[in-house]
Ligand binder design. Structure first.
Ligand SMILES: [Zn+2]
Ligand SMILES: [Zn+2]
Length: 332
């Protein structure tokens, strides 16, 4: 009998699904690409045909220009070549999907990036039992345990209220994290206007067009220092130490990322208020998910593969690393 999943080929530039003649999140232009979500290391321009959720296609159009796209709704099954393909929520960012592939009596789930905790900006991860689970491992070390999101948001609000003459500048990735921070603040009762850097405006609008409520937002470019005192400003991480931030009233620099668990990272980026808020599964979420899905094999893509592989072995699950290149998470 053939090896399990012998119809799935891990190549350096992505996962090739041979009987569908299609690639998943390829890093090079391909004739047919199945895209898990809109982050730039997964969704690149230049493919002849793209299958993705409507949200992901809209994000790709904003970031890479017009797409020859086919939108697939969650849980619709589509035949691609000789493979049944279904997109299932991954809980990572708006429109993010796991890709469920069925062929030759085998079911393979490609997780893309995912997390298990609730996120008001996107549908929750749906566990799909499978023969092979292809998982990310961005935070695949036991040291990575993300705290409760609400308590991190409370720390942010506490800092904001402790000195109304200053603003708190939060570095957050433009796609996903920025909108999540805004909605988490709203959920904690913060109804004041939130200021934003111009680089996140189009994605804020895109989220709103898909029904995500962000409350009152104001563009920093149209505001004075005085107006921004006592308020939260959201900007992409690259803007934190940029000349741009001089226009802000004595900002307290914060950063929302799973990497803020590592103090040295926070120090390197001159972050005064590290907030451990991640859009990726932490160690417990990764291992809990594998336990729940009970796959025969786990294939590990990007991140810290070694520790998760070892964990699988000690739990009698066959595991291997796929050495894909070009997945530099912009989106932790
Ligand atoms: Zn991502
Ligand atoms: Zn990724």
């Amino acid at each position: 009998m053939a090896r399990l999943g012998s119809w799935i080929k891990a190549q350096p530039e992505g996962i090739y699904v041979e009987p569908a003649d299609a690639w998943i999140d390829p890093s090079q232009p391909k004739s047919k690409a199945l895209i898990t979500h809109g982050h730039s290391d997964h969704a690149r321009g230049g493919h002849s045909a793209v299958l993705a959720t409507a949200e992901t296609l809209a994000i790709m159009e904003v970031r890479c220009g017009p797409q020859n796209g086919q939108a697939l709704g969650y849980d619709e099954t589509n035949r691609v070549g000789e493979v049944d393909v279904r997109f299932v929520p991954a809980g990572h960012v708006l429109g993010s999907a796991q890709i469920v592939l069925e062929h030759a009596g085998e079911r393979v789930v490609v997780s893309g990036d995912y997390k298990r905790r609730p996120d008001p900006t996107c549908a929750c991860f749906v566990p799909v039992p499978c023969d092979i689970f292809i998982t990310e491992a961005t935070f695949g070390l036991p040291v990575f345990r993300h705290p409760d999101t609400g308590s991190e948001i409370d720390r942010l609000l506490h800092r904001l209220h402790s000195d109304p003459s200053r603003c708190v500048l939060v570095g957050a990735y433009a796609l996903g994290k920025a909108q999540r921070i805004i909605t988490e603040l709203r959920a904690r009762g913060h109804s004041d206007p939130i200021y934003f850097h111009g680089a996140i405006e189009r994605l804020n609008q895109l989220y709103q067009s898909f029904g995500v409520k962000l409350g009152e937002l104001r563009f920093t470019g149209a505001a004075t220092k005085q107006e921004m005192a006592g308020h939260i400003v959201i900007a992409p991480p690259s803007a934190l130490n940029d000349r741009w931030s001089r226009r802000l009233p004595d900002p307290v620099t914060a950063m929302a990322s799973g990497w803020m668990r590592i103090r040295q990272r926070a120090r390197q980026q001159n972050v005064e208020l590290p907030l451990i808020i991640s859009d990726h599964a932490d160690w417990d979420e990764l291992t809990m998910t594998i336990r729940e899905l009970e796959p025969s094999e786990v294939w590990i893509t990007h991140g810290r593969e070694e520790a998760l592989k070892h964990w699988c072995m000690t739990h009698q699950i066959k595991a291997c690393e796929l050495n894909l290149v070009g997945y530099e998470d912009e989106d932790d």
